[in-house]
Design a protein around this ligand. Structure first.
Ligand code: PLP
Length: 299
């Protein structure tokens, strides 16, 4: 258990047994905190970073897999990939990326911040080496809980973020020393899992995709509206991003909040210019209708 995705993934990025000149592959659309940790390791340990751009509307999964493959060289040791890109909602073909990377001798670390308890999947079937997520996102645990999954064979070679005393070989506890920690949040996790299971992940995923498709289908095709999320409905779920030509995302988010009382997140970089729209299970279609009207008014 960790405090969040950042702690989970940064534990691996800083704890990986890097040698000077080793290479890591990632994407410009990855989350800033992890990119910053890679840059810090680059400064301290002389590793080389290769960032790709994720194609938004791939005709096949292989288009994405190939984009990552092309960045791999004989010096590549670790590949970081988002299960769901937070600025666009794009779901990436993790299993295929892992199989490709492994065939080239590269380990894969998955940023699952937005996919866990949102999509119906099994981490073991993804065949990744490391998976980090936050439980305060789609599992709806109070702020401050996450986890790190690590294949047992990688535990011994990974340096902990905070040193632990001697542990047995293969013992994950060595990565989990955090000092004295308030347990209140941790104690809610079992209740959150029970609630999550009561709904069922299949129904949860279906409801979240339904809500996103509901508003996206109503704004798609409106002149000057730009959707920054794949058009193939299997490649996204609750999260989508919408922009308006000639309108700054920050101005769009401000108007949505001040004029319509709708909270969104403005994204303005790496080819994505728009607001991230994130309904949750309790969002109603009436609320989404109000959002659609707001978009039409702004256009
Ligand atoms: C893709 C992605 N990775 C990592 C994080 C970091 O999550 P946390 O702040 O819970 O560590 C986020 C947060 O939004 C995210 O969207």
């Amino acid at each position: 258990m960790t405090r969040n995705t950042t702690e989970s993934l940064d534990t691996i990025i800083q704890g990986f047994p890097w040698k000077r000149g080793d290479e890591a592959v990632m994407a410009n659309q990855d989350y800033g905190a992890m990119l910053n940790m890679f840059k810090q390791v680059q400064s301290r340990q002389g590793i080389v970073l290769k960032a790709i751009d994720i194609p938004m509307n791939p005709s096949r999964d292989e288009v994405i897999v190939d984009a990552y493959r092309k960045a791999i060289t004989p010096k590549t040791r670790l590949l970081m990939v988002c299960h769901m890109v937070n600025i666009t909602g794009h779901i990436l073909p993790i299993r295929k990326i892992c199989d490709m990377a492994h065939s080239m001798g590269v380990e894969v670390m998955v940023d699952g911040a937005h996919a866990f308890a949102h999509l119906d999947f099994n981490i073991k079937e993804l065949n990744c080496d490391y998976y980090g997520t936050s439980l305060h996102k789609w599992l709806s645990v109070p702020l401050g809980a996450g986890f790190l999954y690590i294949k047992k064979e990688h535990i011994d070679k990974t340096w902990p973020l905070i040193a632990e005393g001697k542990t047995q070989p293969g013992e994950i506890r060595k990565l989990n020393h955090t000092g004295t920690h308030p347990v209140a949040t941790d104690l809610t996790i079992m209740d959150a899992i029970e609630y999550h299971n009561m709904i069922g992940i299949e129904r949860k995923e279906a409801r979240l995709r339904y809500l996103q498709n509901y508003w996206v289908d109503k704004v798609r095709g409106i002149e000057n509206v730009v959707l920054n999320t794949p058009t193939d409905k299997r490649r996204s779920c609750a999260i989508a991003n919408v922009g308006i030509k000639e309108m700054k995302p920050s101005e769009m988010a401000r108007s949505l909040m001040d004029d319509h009382n709708i909270w969104t997140v403005a994204i303005d970089g790496v080819g994505v210019h728009g607001c991230r729209i994130t309904p949750n299970l309790y969002t109603t279609t009436e609320e989404l209708d109000r959002f659609v009207e707001a978009i039409k008014e702004m256009v």
